[in-house]
Design a protein around this ligand. Structure first.
Ligand code: HEC
Ligand code: HEC
Length: 425
């Protein structure tokens, strides 16, 4: 969603601050209060609000939470500039650039890795990629060199795309109990059909968040990963700080250092840490407070979804923590259609990248949320219909082979019902 102008977005930030501890009305420039934070002065004013059915606040959100949602939405869409600390490396200037109105794309991140002759196993020698596996195509703020795939002779480089996924309903995902994820993993371990989802145990990489209502994790804590296409991050504030740093070159109190870059720069045109903690937390709150779009009921849809085993990985609902700080999401059955576990999806979908304990062929079951607003599917948007997405679950070694084949074998009328059901989730 877009607000009519930066002026309105400012007013909303100010109003919402009452609801967030330690929040200032001027989130990107807390030391020098000015009526207009530099990052809000965009050359092109934001587009007027269009009928925007995707990202709406939780139906049961309080008034204070609704205010925060709109403040966060405005920051999520706001393009940042050099003066805000953009760079030295960046890929897009706003969260919305890759998650337009909270759904997939248009922006994407490219990954690169040196692979063995099989094309999917990462080589032990990654010395051709001294700046890591993420392509950083743009630079500014003093940077002069992008990080692009090298074109070395005889280098067996695999380049893949991760399109910014939908972030709708992710508060429900964050609220789910660790014990639920562990229970589902343990149940799958007993199965005899090869579906064995695994938890991605990941290391918390941010500084502690001074707002400890959602968690009090410290650097080095080992947690259950649930966000990212390979479940590499555990919490939404950590993900937001990671995205600010990695995708936009914006440092924050949670991620205070610039990404290592070819120019050896440790800062950009804005000295020191680029944004205050509120900038991270208000954007995270928007993601947390985004509702799961309404679903229509499709007769026999859920039964077919179970019959062909989609529900083994796309678990229709999981229980949430009773102490989750957003009351509307605490102690409920969250209808996310995911087990949040990693599954071996075979060689065709493999990208060669290791994220925590996730390997080349592993992907986290994506929540099936708001699919009627999504136009492309799978991590790199390679499918343009849901039917294609299901058939592409098949591949050498994929845990989903049997399920996709059962789908393929359905009578045409049942297949149509199942597709209608999934398309309405
Ligand atoms: C350059 C494109 C790009 C930008 C800019 C970007 N993202 Fe993302 N986002 C992605 C991609 C790609 C993924 C999947 C990443 C992965 O698997 O590691 C992702 C994943 C996410 C997720 C996890 C969703 C899930 O279901 O696991 C969240 C939350 C998120 N982004 C929030 C943000 C926020 C907040 C911002 C702005 C601070 C932002 N993103 C900016 C591309 C982007
Ligand atoms: C073994 C676990 C597993 C089973 C069984 C399974 N899926 Fe998936 N599904 C996944 C994973 C993992 C992905 C992500 C793959 C990727 O992005 O490359 C996915 C992706 C999807 C997507 C694309 C979502 C998006 O946002 O792009 C849809 C739609 C989907 N599955 C529907 C189904 C349906 C319908 C069935 C039953 C016929 C099914 N899945 C069976 C694990 C599974």
């Amino acid at each position: 969603m877009r607000t009519a102008s930066w002026l309105l977005s400012l007013a909303v930030v100010a109003a919402a601050c009452a609801a967030l501890p330690a929040c200032s009305a001027d989130p990107e420039t807390p030391e020098e209060p000015s009526p207009v934070p530099p990052e809000a002065v965009t050359k092109t004013p934001l587009a007027p609000p269009a009928g925007d059915p995707f990202d709406v606040p939780l139906t049961r959100a309080s008034q204070a939470e609704r205010d925060l949602f709109f403040a966060g939405d405005a920051l999520f869409e706001l393009p940042l500039r050099d003066a805000d600390g953009l760079g030295p490396l960046y890929t897009r200037t706003s969260c919305g650039g890759c998650h337009a109105s909270g759904v997939r794309g248009p922006g994407a991140v490219q990954k690169m890795v040196v692979v063995l002759a099989d094309g999917v196993t990462a080589s032990d020698d990654q010395s051709a990629l001294p700046f890591g596996h993420t392509v950083h195509p743009l630079y500014t703020g003093g940077g002069k060199t992008a990080v692009l795939p090298p074109d070395g002779q005889g280098l067996n480089l695999k380049i893949t795309t991760r399109v910014g996924p939908s972030i709708l309903g992710r508060g429900y995902v964050e609220a789910i109990l660790d014990s639920e994820i562990e229970r589902v993993a343990a149940e799958q371990a007993q199965r005899t059909d090869g579906i064995h989802g695994r938890i991605n145990h990941v290391v918390y990489a941010s500084e502690p968040n001074p707002d400890t209502r959602f968690h009090a994790h410290r650097k080095g804590d080992v947690l259950i990963g649930r966000f990212g296409l390979k479940a590499r991050i555990a919490t939404l504030d950590d993900f937001t700080a990671d995205a600010l740093q990695g995708d936009m070159g914006i440092t924050s109190p949670l991620r205070p250092t610039e990404v290592t870059n070819p120019d050896g720069l440790t800062d950009d045109l804005k000295q020191g840490i680029d944004v205050a903690i509120d900038s991270v937390n208000v954007r995270s709150m928007y993601v947390r407070l985004t509702e799961i779009p309404g679903r229509k009921s499709v007769t026999n849809g859920a039964a077919l979804f179970a019959q062909v085993k989609c529900n083994t990985c796309h678990v229709p609902s999981m229980k949430t923590r009773s102490d989750y700080p957003i009351a509307a999401l605490a102690g409920i059955a969250a209808p996310i259609y995911s087990d949040l576990l990693l599954h071996d999806m075979g060689t065709d979908l493999a990208d060669g990248i290791q994220d925590g304990e996730a390997k080349s062929r592993d992907w986290r079951t994506p929540p099936l949320i708001g699919l009627r607003f999504v136009k492309t599917f799978l991590h790199d948007s390679r499918a343009t219909t849901i039917e294609q997405a299901i058939l592409m679950h098949r591949g050498e070694g994929s845990e989903a082979n049997e399920s996709a084949s059962l789908f393929h074998a359905l009578a045409p009328a049942d297949e149509a019902t199942l597709l209608e059901f999934v398309g309405s989730l």
